[in-house]
Write a protein that binds this ligand. Structure first.
Ligand SMILES: *Cc1c(COP(=O)(O)O)cnc(C)c1O
Length: 336
Protein backbone atom coordinates (compact mmCIF):
# COMPACT_ATOMS: atom_id res chain seq x y z
CA UNK A 1 0.00 0.00 0.00
CA UNK A 2 1.08 3.57 -0.75
CA UNK A 3 0.00 5.26 2.46
CA UNK A 4 -0.33 9.05 2.20
CA UNK A 5 -2.61 9.54 5.19
CA UNK A 6 0.14 10.87 7.43
CA UNK A 7 3.90 10.85 8.05
CA UNK A 8 3.14 8.88 11.23
CA UNK A 9 2.73 5.67 9.22
CA UNK A 10 6.46 5.12 8.57
CA UNK A 11 7.95 1.83 9.74
CA UNK A 12 11.38 1.59 11.38
CA UNK A 13 14.04 0.61 8.83
CA UNK A 14 16.35 -2.37 9.31
CA UNK A 15 19.24 -0.29 10.63
CA UNK A 16 17.00 1.50 13.13
CA UNK A 17 15.71 -1.87 14.36
CA UNK A 18 19.28 -3.15 14.77
CA UNK A 19 20.15 -0.17 16.95
CA UNK A 20 16.95 -0.67 18.97
CA UNK A 21 17.83 -4.32 19.56
CA UNK A 22 21.38 -3.45 20.58
CA UNK A 23 20.46 -0.49 22.84
CA UNK A 24 22.06 -0.28 26.26
CA UNK A 25 19.10 0.03 28.66
CA UNK A 26 18.26 0.56 32.32
CA UNK A 27 15.29 1.69 34.40
CA UNK A 28 14.60 5.23 33.24
CA UNK A 29 12.28 5.98 36.19
CA UNK A 30 15.43 5.62 38.32
CA UNK A 31 17.23 7.82 35.80
CA UNK A 32 19.26 4.78 34.84
CA UNK A 33 18.72 4.32 31.12
CA UNK A 34 21.87 5.52 29.33
CA UNK A 35 20.24 5.55 25.88
CA UNK A 36 17.34 7.73 27.05
CA UNK A 37 19.82 10.08 28.72
CA UNK A 38 21.85 10.22 25.53
CA UNK A 39 18.77 11.07 23.42
CA UNK A 40 17.64 13.75 25.86
CA UNK A 41 21.09 15.36 26.02
CA UNK A 42 21.37 15.23 22.25
CA UNK A 43 18.01 16.96 21.75
CA UNK A 44 18.74 19.66 24.33
CA UNK A 45 22.06 20.43 22.69
CA UNK A 46 20.62 20.44 19.17
CA UNK A 47 17.91 22.92 20.16
CA UNK A 48 20.24 25.07 22.27
CA UNK A 49 18.28 24.54 25.49
CA UNK A 50 19.34 23.21 28.90
CA UNK A 51 17.42 19.95 29.10
CA UNK A 52 14.99 17.56 27.43
CA UNK A 53 12.55 14.85 28.45
CA UNK A 54 11.56 11.77 26.44
CA UNK A 55 7.85 10.87 26.49
CA UNK A 56 5.59 8.44 24.62
CA UNK A 57 3.74 11.00 22.49
CA UNK A 58 3.56 14.59 21.34
CA UNK A 59 0.14 14.88 22.92
CA UNK A 60 1.83 14.14 26.22
CA UNK A 61 4.83 16.48 25.77
CA UNK A 62 2.48 19.35 24.82
CA UNK A 63 0.28 18.63 27.84
CA UNK A 64 3.28 18.38 30.17
CA UNK A 65 4.49 21.77 28.92
CA UNK A 66 1.09 23.35 29.59
CA UNK A 67 0.95 21.74 33.05
CA UNK A 68 4.43 23.07 33.83
CA UNK A 69 3.62 26.60 32.73
CA UNK A 70 -0.01 27.12 33.78
CA UNK A 71 -1.82 26.73 37.07
CA UNK A 72 -5.44 25.65 37.54
CA UNK A 73 -7.63 28.50 36.27
CA UNK A 74 -4.95 29.99 34.04
CA UNK A 75 -5.50 30.47 30.33
CA UNK A 76 -3.42 29.84 27.23
CA UNK A 77 -3.83 31.52 23.84
CA UNK A 78 -3.76 29.09 20.94
CA UNK A 79 -4.83 28.70 17.32
CA UNK A 80 -8.34 27.50 16.57
CA UNK A 81 -6.97 24.65 14.42
CA UNK A 82 -3.94 24.00 16.63
CA UNK A 83 -3.14 20.42 17.55
CA UNK A 84 -2.92 21.17 21.30
CA UNK A 85 -6.38 22.71 21.27
CA UNK A 86 -8.30 20.70 18.69
CA UNK A 87 -6.67 17.29 18.40
CA UNK A 88 -5.50 16.38 21.90
CA UNK A 89 -8.81 15.52 23.52
CA UNK A 90 -9.03 18.82 25.37
CA UNK A 91 -6.34 17.56 27.76
CA UNK A 92 -5.27 21.00 28.98
CA UNK A 93 -8.83 21.74 30.11
CA UNK A 94 -9.68 18.24 31.32
CA UNK A 95 -6.49 17.34 33.17
CA UNK A 96 -4.96 20.75 33.81
CA UNK A 97 -8.01 22.97 34.41
CA UNK A 98 -6.34 25.31 31.94
CA UNK A 99 -8.75 27.34 29.84
CA UNK A 100 -7.92 27.66 26.16
CA UNK A 101 -8.46 30.99 24.36
CA UNK A 102 -8.51 29.95 20.70
CA UNK A 103 -7.90 32.52 17.96
CA UNK A 104 -8.22 31.99 14.22
CA UNK A 105 -4.87 31.41 12.49
CA UNK A 106 -3.85 33.64 9.59
CA UNK A 107 -3.42 31.68 6.34
CA UNK A 108 0.37 31.68 6.78
CA UNK A 109 0.18 29.94 10.16
CA UNK A 110 0.72 33.05 12.29
CA UNK A 111 -1.47 34.18 15.14
CA UNK A 112 -2.00 37.90 14.54
CA UNK A 113 -0.39 39.54 17.57
CA UNK A 114 -2.99 42.33 17.61
CA UNK A 115 -5.67 39.69 17.98
CA UNK A 116 -3.63 37.99 20.70
CA UNK A 117 -3.23 41.35 22.49
CA UNK A 118 -7.00 41.85 22.48
CA UNK A 119 -7.51 38.36 23.88
CA UNK A 120 -5.19 38.89 26.86
CA UNK A 121 -7.39 39.45 29.89
CA UNK A 122 -6.74 42.23 32.37
CA UNK A 123 -5.77 40.83 35.73
CA UNK A 124 -8.86 41.11 37.92
CA UNK A 125 -11.47 38.92 39.58
CA UNK A 126 -13.56 38.43 36.45
CA UNK A 127 -11.00 36.71 34.30
CA UNK A 128 -8.82 33.70 33.97
CA UNK A 129 -5.17 34.73 34.05
CA UNK A 130 -3.64 34.67 30.56
CA UNK A 131 -0.34 32.87 31.05
CA UNK A 132 0.94 31.45 27.81
CA UNK A 133 1.01 31.70 24.04
CA UNK A 134 1.29 28.52 21.99
CA UNK A 135 2.38 28.34 18.35
CA UNK A 136 2.77 25.44 15.94
CA UNK A 137 5.58 25.01 13.36
CA UNK A 138 4.99 23.65 10.82
CA UNK A 139 1.23 24.17 10.78
CA UNK A 140 -0.48 22.01 8.16
CA UNK A 141 2.87 21.92 6.37
CA UNK A 142 3.28 25.70 6.41
CA UNK A 143 6.42 27.22 7.91
CA UNK A 144 6.38 30.15 10.36
CA UNK A 145 8.67 33.01 9.29
CA UNK A 146 11.69 33.57 11.57
CA UNK A 147 11.02 37.30 12.00
CA UNK A 148 7.48 36.55 13.16
CA UNK A 149 8.78 34.01 15.71
CA UNK A 150 11.17 36.64 17.07
CA UNK A 151 8.44 39.29 17.13
CA UNK A 152 6.10 36.92 18.96
CA UNK A 153 8.88 36.20 21.48
CA UNK A 154 9.28 39.93 22.17
CA UNK A 155 5.51 40.23 22.45
CA UNK A 156 5.42 37.47 25.08
CA UNK A 157 8.13 39.17 27.14
CA UNK A 158 6.29 42.49 26.95
CA UNK A 159 3.05 40.89 28.11
CA UNK A 160 4.57 38.56 30.67
CA UNK A 161 3.45 35.44 28.78
CA UNK A 162 5.25 32.13 28.62
CA UNK A 163 5.82 30.81 25.12
CA UNK A 164 5.44 27.19 23.96
CA UNK A 165 6.05 25.69 20.53
CA UNK A 166 4.31 22.59 19.28
CA UNK A 167 7.14 21.63 16.96
CA UNK A 168 5.86 18.20 15.98
CA UNK A 169 7.30 18.87 12.51
CA UNK A 170 9.91 21.46 13.49
CA UNK A 171 12.63 19.79 11.42
CA UNK A 172 10.54 20.13 8.28
CA UNK A 173 10.67 23.89 8.95
CA UNK A 174 14.44 23.71 9.52
CA UNK A 175 15.00 21.91 6.22
CA UNK A 176 12.64 24.20 4.33
CA UNK A 177 14.04 27.50 5.62
CA UNK A 178 17.71 26.59 6.08
CA UNK A 179 17.51 28.49 9.40
CA UNK A 180 19.23 26.67 12.27
CA UNK A 181 16.95 24.85 14.67
CA UNK A 182 18.44 26.87 17.57
CA UNK A 183 17.39 30.12 15.93
CA UNK A 184 13.91 28.80 15.17
CA UNK A 185 13.30 27.90 18.83
CA UNK A 186 15.36 30.45 20.76
CA UNK A 187 12.44 32.69 21.88
CA UNK A 188 10.41 29.75 23.22
CA UNK A 189 10.38 28.64 26.86
CA UNK A 190 9.54 25.10 25.78
CA UNK A 191 9.40 23.07 22.59
CA UNK A 192 7.79 19.73 21.81
CA UNK A 193 9.21 17.72 18.91
CA UNK A 194 7.94 14.43 17.48
CA UNK A 195 10.30 11.64 16.53
CA UNK A 196 7.45 9.56 15.14
CA UNK A 197 6.44 11.83 12.23
CA UNK A 198 8.74 12.52 9.28
CA UNK A 199 11.79 11.51 11.32
CA UNK A 200 10.61 7.92 11.11
CA UNK A 201 10.88 6.59 14.69
CA UNK A 202 8.07 4.25 15.76
CA UNK A 203 7.33 6.04 19.04
CA UNK A 204 8.29 9.09 21.00
CA UNK A 205 8.47 12.82 21.48
CA UNK A 206 10.74 15.18 23.36
CA UNK A 207 9.97 18.19 25.51
CA UNK A 208 12.86 20.64 25.51
CA UNK A 209 13.39 23.66 27.78
CA UNK A 210 15.13 24.91 30.91
CA UNK A 211 16.54 22.45 33.47
CA UNK A 212 14.19 23.88 36.09
CA UNK A 213 11.14 23.23 33.89
CA UNK A 214 12.25 19.75 32.84
CA UNK A 215 12.77 18.83 36.53
CA UNK A 216 9.09 19.63 37.09
CA UNK A 217 8.12 17.97 33.81
CA UNK A 218 9.42 14.61 35.09
CA UNK A 219 6.80 14.74 37.83
CA UNK A 220 3.97 15.50 35.42
CA UNK A 221 5.11 12.77 33.01
CA UNK A 222 4.98 10.22 35.82
CA UNK A 223 1.53 11.42 36.87
CA UNK A 224 0.24 11.10 33.30
CA UNK A 225 1.52 7.54 33.07
CA UNK A 226 4.31 8.42 30.69
CA UNK A 227 7.17 7.10 32.80
CA UNK A 228 8.72 4.21 30.90
CA UNK A 229 11.23 1.71 32.25
CA UNK A 230 13.74 0.23 29.72
CA UNK A 231 12.81 2.95 27.27
CA UNK A 232 16.29 2.96 25.73
CA UNK A 233 14.93 0.55 23.13
CA UNK A 234 12.72 3.38 21.90
CA UNK A 235 15.24 6.15 22.53
CA UNK A 236 17.72 4.32 20.27
CA UNK A 237 15.24 4.74 17.41
CA UNK A 238 15.00 8.43 18.26
CA UNK A 239 18.78 8.84 18.19
CA UNK A 240 18.92 7.15 14.80
CA UNK A 241 16.12 9.45 13.58
CA UNK A 242 17.90 12.62 14.69
CA UNK A 243 21.20 11.46 13.21
CA UNK A 244 19.97 10.16 9.85
CA UNK A 245 16.50 11.39 8.99
CA UNK A 246 16.59 15.18 9.19
CA UNK A 247 18.35 16.16 5.95
CA UNK A 248 16.39 13.60 3.97
CA UNK A 249 13.14 15.46 4.74
CA UNK A 250 14.11 17.49 1.66
CA UNK A 251 13.16 14.45 -0.45
CA UNK A 252 9.69 14.42 1.12
CA UNK A 253 9.30 18.11 0.32
CA UNK A 254 10.46 17.57 -3.27
CA UNK A 255 8.02 14.70 -3.77
CA UNK A 256 5.19 16.77 -2.30
CA UNK A 257 5.92 19.45 -4.91
CA UNK A 258 5.90 16.89 -7.73
CA UNK A 259 2.63 15.49 -6.42
CA UNK A 260 1.06 18.96 -6.17
CA UNK A 261 2.13 19.86 -9.71
CA UNK A 262 0.83 16.58 -11.09
CA UNK A 263 -2.54 16.83 -9.35
CA UNK A 264 -3.04 20.50 -10.22
CA UNK A 265 -3.05 19.57 -13.91
CA UNK A 266 -5.90 17.11 -13.55
CA UNK A 267 -9.44 18.25 -14.36
CA UNK A 268 -11.65 18.54 -11.29
CA UNK A 269 -8.91 18.64 -8.68
CA UNK A 270 -7.54 21.84 -7.29
CA UNK A 271 -4.24 22.31 -5.47
CA UNK A 272 -2.75 25.58 -4.31
CA UNK A 273 0.89 24.88 -5.16
CA UNK A 274 2.11 27.92 -3.23
CA UNK A 275 0.69 26.30 -0.09
CA UNK A 276 2.95 23.26 -0.51
CA UNK A 277 5.99 24.28 1.49
CA UNK A 278 7.00 21.00 3.13
CA UNK A 279 5.52 17.50 3.08
CA UNK A 280 1.78 18.12 2.87
CA UNK A 281 -0.42 18.55 -0.18
CA UNK A 282 -4.04 19.64 0.15
CA UNK A 283 -6.33 18.73 -2.72
CA UNK A 284 -9.84 20.06 -3.15
CA UNK A 285 -11.96 17.39 -4.75
CA UNK A 286 -15.41 17.78 -6.35
CA UNK A 287 -18.28 17.97 -3.85
CA UNK A 288 -19.62 14.59 -2.82
CA UNK A 289 -16.73 12.63 -4.36
CA UNK A 290 -14.44 12.06 -1.40
CA UNK A 291 -15.81 8.66 -0.38
CA UNK A 292 -15.69 7.40 -3.96
CA UNK A 293 -12.16 8.69 -4.41
CA UNK A 294 -10.97 7.06 -1.20
CA UNK A 295 -12.33 3.65 -2.21
CA UNK A 296 -11.10 4.01 -5.81
CA UNK A 297 -7.62 4.75 -4.48
CA UNK A 298 -7.81 1.87 -2.05
CA UNK A 299 -8.48 -0.48 -4.99
CA UNK A 300 -5.35 0.98 -6.61
CA UNK A 301 -3.22 0.34 -3.54
CA UNK A 302 -3.31 3.92 -2.28
CA UNK A 303 -4.48 5.08 1.13
CA UNK A 304 -5.66 8.66 1.55
CA UNK A 305 -7.91 10.52 3.96
CA UNK A 306 -10.11 13.58 4.11
CA UNK A 307 -13.38 15.09 2.99
CA UNK A 308 -13.77 17.76 0.36
CA UNK A 309 -10.24 18.81 1.12
CA UNK A 310 -7.87 15.85 1.19
CA UNK A 311 -4.50 15.86 2.87
CA UNK A 312 -1.73 13.85 1.20
CA UNK A 313 1.47 13.53 3.20
CA UNK A 314 4.85 12.39 1.89
CA UNK A 315 7.34 10.57 4.12
CA UNK A 316 10.31 8.22 4.05
CA UNK A 317 8.30 5.20 2.92
CA UNK A 318 7.09 7.04 -0.21
CA UNK A 319 9.17 6.87 -3.38
CA UNK A 320 9.17 8.83 -6.60
CA UNK A 321 7.54 5.82 -8.33
CA UNK A 322 4.79 5.87 -5.74
CA UNK A 323 4.08 9.52 -6.52
CA UNK A 324 3.84 8.71 -10.25
CA UNK A 325 1.34 5.95 -9.44
CA UNK A 326 -0.73 8.29 -7.29
CA UNK A 327 -0.87 10.96 -10.00
CA UNK A 328 -1.81 8.30 -12.57
CA UNK A 329 -4.59 7.00 -10.32
CA UNK A 330 -6.06 10.49 -9.89
CA UNK A 331 -5.91 10.96 -13.66
CA UNK A 332 -7.71 7.67 -14.18
CA UNK A 333 -10.39 8.69 -11.68
CA UNK A 334 -10.91 12.02 -13.42
CA UNK A 335 -11.60 10.20 -16.70
CA UNK A 336 -14.27 7.86 -15.28
C1 LIG B 1 1.26 14.50 15.63
C2 LIG B 1 1.21 15.83 16.25
C3 LIG B 1 1.32 16.01 17.62
C4 LIG B 1 1.49 14.89 18.60
O1 LIG B 1 0.80 13.77 18.29
P1 LIG B 1 1.04 12.33 18.96
O2 LIG B 1 0.35 11.46 18.00
O3 LIG B 1 0.40 12.41 20.30
O4 LIG B 1 2.50 12.09 19.06
C5 LIG B 1 1.29 17.30 18.11
N1 LIG B 1 1.17 18.35 17.28
C6 LIG B 1 1.08 18.22 15.96
C7 LIG B 1 0.98 19.43 15.09
C8 LIG B 1 1.09 16.95 15.40
O5 LIG B 1 0.98 16.83 14.07
Amino acid sequence: MIDLRSDTVTKPCAHMRELMAAADVGDDIYGGDPTVIKLQDMAAEMLGKEAALFAPSGTQTNLIALLCHCQRGDEYVVGQQAHTYKYEGGGAAVLGSIQPQPIEFETDGRLDLDKVRKAIKPYNQHFAKTRLLCLENTLSGVVLPLDYIQEAGEFCKEHDLLFHLDGARLFNAVVKTGVSVCDLVSPFDSVSICLSKGLGAPVGSLLVGSQEMIDRAVHWRKMLGGGMRQAGVLAAAGIYALEHNIDRLQQDHDLARVLAQGLSMIEGFSVDEAEVQTNMVFVDVPKGHSKKIISFMEEHGIQIDGFERMRLVTHLDISSDDIDKVIAAFKEYSML
